[in-house]
Design a binder for this molecule. Sequence first.
Ligand SMILES: NC(=O)C1=CN([C@@H]2O[C@H](COP(=O)(O)OP(=O)(O)OC[C@H]3O[C@@H](n4cnc5c(N)ncnc54)[C@H](OP(=O)(O)O)[C@@H]3O)[C@@H](O)[C@H]2O)C=CC1
Ligand SMILES: CCCCCCCCCCCCCCCC(=O)[C@@H](N)CO
Length: 297
Amino acid sequence: RPVNIPIKNRYVFITGGSSGIGLALAHQAASQGARVSLLARSLTKLEEAKKSIRLSSGVDVSIFSADVRDYNAVQRAVNDAGPIDVLVVNQGVFVPQELEKQELDEVRFMIDVNLIGSFNVIKAALPLMKVRKDREPTSIALISSQAGQVGIYGYTAYSASKFGLRGLAEALQQEVIADNVHVSVIFPPDIETPGFEQENKVRPELTNILAASSGLMKADEVAKKALDGIKSGSFVVPCNFEGHILAIATAGLSPQRSFWMASIEVVFAGLFRLIGLFFQWNWYGSIEKWHAKKNET
Ligand SMILES: NC(=O)C1=CN([C@@H]2O[C@H](COP(=O)(O)OP(=O)(O)OC[C@H]3O[C@@H](n4cnc5c(N)ncnc54)[C@H](OP(=O)(O)O)[C@@H]3O)[C@@H](O)[C@H]2O)C=CC1
Ligand SMILES: CCCCCCCCCCCCCCCC(=O)[C@@H](N)CO
C-alpha cells in the first residue's frame, strides 16, 4: 500500500552528515523545511557543515560529535537531539583491497562502522521514533551500495557490511511496521564525494573496471533519489539506470509497495536473470584478461 512520509517541519537525523551524501541530504532536507541534526566524529567538519547549511538555506542544524562504534556516545547524542521522524543511517567507511592483502583490522573497521555502527544508531533511536507513531508515518533509511546487491572484486569486507544492512532492514521492517515506521535501503553506484576521492587513491584496478559497469553520480543527485525514496516509503531505492536493473534482478523476497514494479519483477524475472548472467560473464572475462596481462609482464 502506498505511504507518504512528509519532510517539512519534521525531525531528520543524519549520521555521517558532515560530508558527501550525508551533507547533500542535509542541505536538501533543510531547504525543504526539515529540522536537521547531524552526527559524525570530527567536530570541525560538523561545524563547517553547519555553517554551509546556514549560508545556503538559512537553517540552523544541530550537530553531535560521536563515533557510531560507541553505543553510549550514540545514545547520548540521540537523546540530546530529541524527537526523530526520519533517521538516515549513512555513515560508512570503505577501504577496497583483495582480502589476501587486507589486514583483518581493516575488515573489522568496515564491519564495525558500517554494520555494527548502524545497529547502534537504530537501537538508540528506535524508542524515540516509536513515540511519534500517533503522528505521521516515520522512516529509517539506510545507505547501502550497489556493492551491497552484488559482490564486487576488492570489496569482500565492504560488500559483507553492506549486504548485512539489507538483512537488518528486511527483518527490522517487519518489527516496526505496526508502529508506522517505514524502512528504506538506498543502493547508490560510485558517487563523487570526499570519501570516494580517498578511496580512488587505493582502489585495485579490477575494482575500477567492474565498478565502471555502473555510472558515477553526484552527491546531490543521490541525495535527491534517497529523499524521494524515503518520502514514498520505498523499501529498495535504486539511484541510476543500472540500479533499477540491479534492483529488479536482486528483488529476492523484499517488500514492494508499487503494484507496477511488482508486476515487472514477476513478469521479467527470467530476463533479468539472463542480464545478470551476462554481466557476470563479462566481469569474469575482465578478471581473466587482467590476470593474463599480469602474467605476461
Ligand atoms: N562515495 C561512494 O562512491 C559511495 C558511498 N556509499 C555509501 O554512502 C555513505 C556515505 O559515503 P560518502 O558520502 O562517500 O562518505 P564520506 O567519507 O564523504 O563521508 C562519510 C561520513 O561519515 C562519517 N563517519 C565516518 N566514520 C564514522 C564513525 N565511525 N562514526 C560516525 N561518523 C562517521 C564522516 O565523518 P567523520 O569522519 O568526521 O566521522 C562523514 O560525515 C557510506 O555509507 C558509503 O558506504 C555507497 C555507494 C557509493
Ligand atoms: C543484472 C544487471 C546488472 C546491472 C549492472 C550492475 C552494475 C554493478 C556495479 C557495482 C558497482 C559497485 C560500486 C560500489 C560503490 C561504493 O560503494 C564504493 N564507491 C564505496 O563507497
